[in-house]
Design a protein around this ligand. Structure first.
Ligand SMILES: *[C@@H]1O[C@H](CO)[C@@H](O)[C@H](O)[C@H]1NC(C)=O
Length: 176
């Protein structure tokens, strides 16, 4: 294959992979490569992310040193009121699913860490990208009679596979 058509194919395949990935549920490693740690700037991390229904948060940290607590509301978040936690997690690796639109608040349960900035506010948009307030209109109508909610999950996995395949194919094509 000549170089120019190989390049066009590469671009097309990458474009497909990117478009497919955007419509998929994503897993967000909280804090990026730095993870769930006092030194991470969670405000800038979170503002660079788009959280959609079906996405997952992945907290990675040193077990025993840190933990994850979900706080009840914004005021508890602002005042680092760890005692009002809705949920708490430990063990060094926790995956939390963003199952509905809205805002959730997480902090470290270790004394003093929240005050040092180890907290993050996650605002989840509906899966189609509309704002959390319009959640009632955001549910996808069934595409066929008898369609179940699991249909979208299955197609999401298929899309994920397709995007992965497109990426691998583009790399293979690029290097032959
Ligand atoms: C926030 O949550 C705490 C604990 O559940 C509760 O006591 C408080 O009234 C709540 N504040 C607001 C503004 O909802």
């Amino acid at each position: 294959m000549e170089v120019s058509s190989r390049f066009v194919l590469l671009v097309v395949l990458i474009l497909i992979a990117v478009l497919a990935k955007q419509s998929l549920a994503a897993k967000h490693a909280v804090g990026g490569s730095q993870g769930w740690d006092e030194s991470t700037d969670f405000n800038s991390w979170a503002s660079a992310q788009t959280f959609k229904v079906g996405d997952e948060l992945e907290f990675k940290y040193t077990a025993g040193l840190h933990s994850v607590v979900e706080l009840a509301n914004e005021s508890a978040f602002k005042s680092c009121d760890i005692g009002t936690s809705l949920n708490s997690f430990n063990g060094g690796s926790n995956t939390i699913k963003l199952s509905k639109p809205g805002t959730r608040f997480f902090a470290c349960g270790t004394s003093g860490h929240c005050q040092q900035g180890m907290k993050v506010k996650i605002t989840t948009a509906a899966a189609d990208g509309s704002s959390p307030s319009s959640s009632s209109s955001a549910t996808t109508p069934p595409s066929s009679p008898g369609a179940t909610p699991s249909t979208s999950a299955a197609s999401s996995h298929q899309l994920r596979f397709i995007s992965f395949f497109a990426l691998v194919a583009s790399l293979v094509v690029y290097f032959i």
